[in-house]
Write a protein that binds this ligand. Structure first.
Ligand SMILES: Nc1ncnc2c1ncn2[C@@H]1O[C@H](COP(=O)(O)OP(=O)(O)OP(=O)(O)O)[C@@H](O)[C@H]1O
Ligand SMILES: [Mg+2]
Length: 250
């Protein structure tokens, strides 16, 4: 069964886009057919991480929802921008073109996800959502099979994540899982994982350390993807993300 997974967080900057891009690449490298919906319209991070130029983005999901194009026109192929051959297939689907407004009939959104999955033959649809509980993020989350919540060890995140979980429960999300990211060096990762699981009573798929190497990953300015797991396949974060990807798609 194909899976729709939204990657979300209460606060901006927790690492959603980095984790989404890397998990997608891991899955596609293992032979799966994967698409990422980039919901960030003001600075499309997924597009930047994979080194896709604005000129390559001709149509968006928003255009499809307005009947302006077919669903296949919204998908940008990403395999050729990655320097490792992927066994599977990877696509980017921009929610809207840069700086345009997302405005659509919510009832059509769920159908558009299904059509995307069927037309591209997807195994996994990952949605890099907008942070917070603002209206822009909620429809995508509501139509997901799994919500992956990314948080850091900050007071604001700890409280906000509780709020997000409450709202997602009301939206009827069956499966909510967590990843704790950017954990400062002196913490015991296993203890953090157990503590956060206790607080929210949800599985914590990984407790990821803060890594200078990953912090340095800037959006690509050339036409190539800059993907951490491709460049550092044996780094602890890459190994932990491989587990996360496997659990999400099990
Ligand atoms: N484990 C980590 N260690 C160090 N830096 C990290 C880690 N994870 C992510 N980062 C860095 O944190 C910054 C924010 O990450 P990212 O853009 O993925 O967050 P985001 O949640 O998508 O933000 P936004 O909500 O603004 O879309 C980036 O510079 C990224 O490289
Ligand atoms: Mg982002």
């Amino acid at each position: 069964m194909p899976k729709i997974i939204s990657i979300h967080s209460f606060r901006p900057g927790t690492g959603k886009s980095q984790l989404t891009a890397n998990i997608a690449t891991i899955l596609a490298a293992a032979g799966q057919r994967v698409a990422i919906i980039d919901s960030d319209v003001s600075s499309p991070s997924i597009q930047a991480i994979f080194g896709v130029a604005d000129s390559a983005i001709t149509h968006s999901l928003n255009d499809f929802l307005w009947g302006k194009c077919g669903i296949e026109a919204t998908a940008v192929e990403l395999n050729s921008s990655i320097r490792h051959a992927l066994k599977g297939q990877l696509y980017l689907v921009p929610f809207a073109t840069r700086n345009s407004t997302i405005d659509y009939d919510i009832l059509l959104l769920s159908d558009s996800f299904e059509l995307l999955i069927n037309t591209l033959g997807l195994d996994v649809l990952l949605i890099d959502t907008q942070p917070g509980v603002q209206f822009a993020a909620l429809p995508s989350i509501a139509f997901s099979d799994i919500q992956l919540l990314v948080l850091q060890l900050r007071e604001q995140d700890l409280q906000g994540t509780g709020v997000v979980i409450d709202i997602s429960e009301q939206l009827g999300i069956d499966e909510m899982v967590l990843v704790v990211n950017q954990i400062p060096e002196h913490y015991n990762l296993r203890e953090v994982q157990q503590k956060i699981e206790q607080i929210y009573q949800r599985p914590v798929l990984a407790a990821l350390p803060y890594a200078e190497l990953l912090a340095e990953y800037q959006p690509a300015t050339d036409a190539n993807a800059h993907i951490f797991v491709v460049d550092h396949p044996d780094h602890p974060i890459s190994l932990l993300l491989t587990n996360v990807a496997a659990t999400l798609t099990a």
